[in-house]
Ligand binder design. Structure first.
Ligand SMILES: Nc1ncnc2c1ncn2[C@@H]1O[C@H](COP(=O)(O)OP(=O)(O)O)[C@@H](O)[C@H]1O
Ligand SMILES: [Mg+2]
Length: 235
């Protein structure tokens, strides 16, 4: 049965869609996925459908399969059994307009990734998100700091890490840095696996490779079975 990874935060603009697409791409690519035969499925339950637009633009080069499904909780409830996939990454809306849809995917989650920005304004939506998640499921969740600007956000990163530690909130070791490449990727019909091979692109990609390793290596959810990710990270 597939492992379901849900990317959630009740606040918009924190990077849910960016992380879902890039993480699904990097994991699919590392597992040898091709557009014809991929062990990875991306699902969007966000009616705003930005993942759908991105996936459509990338088209044949998308290394994972994709489904937009924002209004059929009964179908979503069977996603895990129905799919011949090893990993399913689910992008969710930044609102509670359809709580039943979000609750349905959370009930199937093996783990939950909560992206936040390294700023104080992110803390209270994260707390609301955690409260909502914990009403629905006991699945493990972790905070992922996204859109960090090294140099400019150094203090913000430290303050955010300190806040997470003080709250006892588990978080990823990697913080995803801000790269214009990521913001441009959808318009450029790319995911992180199609970036060119220059230094900046390699650095931008390396954050998602590290994230992929952390997600697949999560205790209780399974060790990384495909060491190709580690190989990629070193290159
Ligand atoms: N690591 C990043 N580097 C650069 N831009 C980013 C990064 N993460 C997100 N963005 C940009 O921030 C905006 C919000 O991201 P998005 O993934 O759409 O958030 P959400 O799905 O939570 O609303 C988008 O314009 C996206 O391109
Ligand atoms: Mg989104």
């Amino acid at each position: 049965m597939a492992l379901v990874h849900v990317i959630a935060n009740l606040k918009g603009g924190v990077g849910k869609t960016t992380i879902t697409v890039q993480l699904a791409a990097v994991v699919a690519d590392a597992m040898g996925g091709t557009p014809e035969d991929s062990p990875v499925l991306g699902v969007s339950v966000d009616p705003q459908a930005s993942m759908f637009e991105w996936a459509t633009r990338v088209g044949d080069a998308l290394p994972f399969d994709f489904e937009q499904c924002d209004s059929d909780p009964a179908l979503l409830a069977r996603m895990k059994e129905h799919a011949p996939y090893e990993h399913i990454f689910v992008d969710t809306p930044g609102s509670l307009n359809a709580p039943e849809v979000l609750a349905t995917v959370l009930r199937q989650a093996d783990d939950i990734i909560i992206p936040i920005l390294p700023e104080v304004m992110s803390f209270s939506p994260a707390e609301q998100t955690i409260r909502f998640i914990e009403q629905i499921t006991g699945a493990p969740w972790r905070i992922l700091i996204n859109n960090w600007m090294p140099g400019r956000h150094e203090t913000d990163l430290e303050q955010t890490r300190a806040y997470l530690t003080a709250r006892g909130w588990p978080s990823f070791h990697v913080a995803i840095r801000n790269y214009r490449l990521h913001a441009r990727a959808s318009a450029e019909r790319m995911t992180v696996v199609n970036y060119s091979n220059n230094r900046v692109a390699r650095e931008a990609r390396s954050d998602f490779l590290r994230l992929g390793l952390e997600v697949l290596g999560r205790n209780g959810v399974g060790e990384p079975r495909h060491s190709h990710l580690a190989t990629l990270e070193e290159s």
